[in-house]
Write a protein that binds this ligand. Structure first.
Ligand SMILES: [Fe+2]
Length: 257
């Protein structure tokens, strides 16, 4: 696939069909595509995405720096441009992308959590890792049929059985795609100088063969409305501190160990 963003080639590899990656994703709910972003694009993203130091102390953002609002147009243009790549890899209907860019530093700590209702599929595109530090994302391989519409945090890394943990090392130029509503995911706190990634989210919900989307700006896609779901706390973030208790109390939402 030959895609260009503002005249800059996005991918190193032109002619792959990604069948292997798609099968892996369908079986495991995650896949990593290593070293696929061109150096030119990495630099272009680095030069054009700036960050807001004011959110450094925001627990809700896991102490990461969020891109500032001046880059919103640039980022949404990039997300629209790269969408055909995800259509090709996943070979399924996907709703419009929502996303942002994050800069991680030594205070950042992505606690184990499940994502929001409108983001069943997440992707991380790492475009900068200044000191080439190993900074993996971890995924709990247990599939959770998540009933919470908003972020559910299970802040108990030590309580997650080792046998459940998948380590995915995301380096500069790599793209990871995973089902963040169904699998707990997190990173460890590390002494990072400067690590930057675009995080994007999309939906693949279907009914009667049609794509259904909660995302506001999805044109020509059938809309779902979270406000019409009964008995839902639409603003509720949930925090749980013990993994073992969580697994026992939520056992009806799990199929496996
Ligand atoms: Fe997440």
């Amino acid at each position: 696939m030959e895609l260009y963003f503002d005249g800059i080639k996005i991918f190193k590899d032109n002619c792959k069909n990604f069948d292997e990656e798609r099968l892996f994703f369908e079986k495991n709910d995650y896949v990593i595509i290593n070293d696929i972003i061109t150096d030119e694009l990495k630099k272009y993203l680095f030069d054009n995405i700036s960050y807001d130091k004011n959110v450094l102390n925001d627990k809700l953002q896991f102490y990461r720096e969020h891109n500032n609002s001046e880059c919103n147009f640039f980022l949404s243009k990039f997300l629209n441009t790269i969408k055909p790549f995800y259509d090709l890899v996943l070979k399924k209907k996907l709703s419009n992308f929502i996303g942002f860019s994050m800069k991680y530093n030594k205070d950042s700590e992505l606690l184990p959590h499940y994502d929001n209702y409108n983001m069943p599929i997440s992707s991380t595109i790492c475009y900068w890792n200044e000191d080439k530090i190993e900074y993996p994302i971890y995924i709990d391989k247990s599939f959770f049929n998540n009933p919470h519409p908003f972020r559910l945090t299970v802040n108990d890394k030590k309580g997650i059985p080792k046998i459940n943990i998948i380590k995915i090392n995301i380096n500069e130029g790599d793209i990871v795609i995973f089902r963040g509503r169904n699998h707990l995911h997190w990173r460890d706190k590390k002494d990072i100088k400067d690590y930057r990634a675009i995080l994007l989210h999309t939906e693949d919900y279907t009914y009667n063969g049609n794509l259904i989307s909660y995302v506001e700006n999805s044109d020509n896609i059938i809309k779902a409305n979270i406000n019409e779901v009964k008995n839902i706390n639409i603003y509720g973030l949930t925090d749980i501190n013990n993994y073992d208790t969580f697994r026992k109390n939520y056992i009806m939402y799990f199929n496996n160990s």
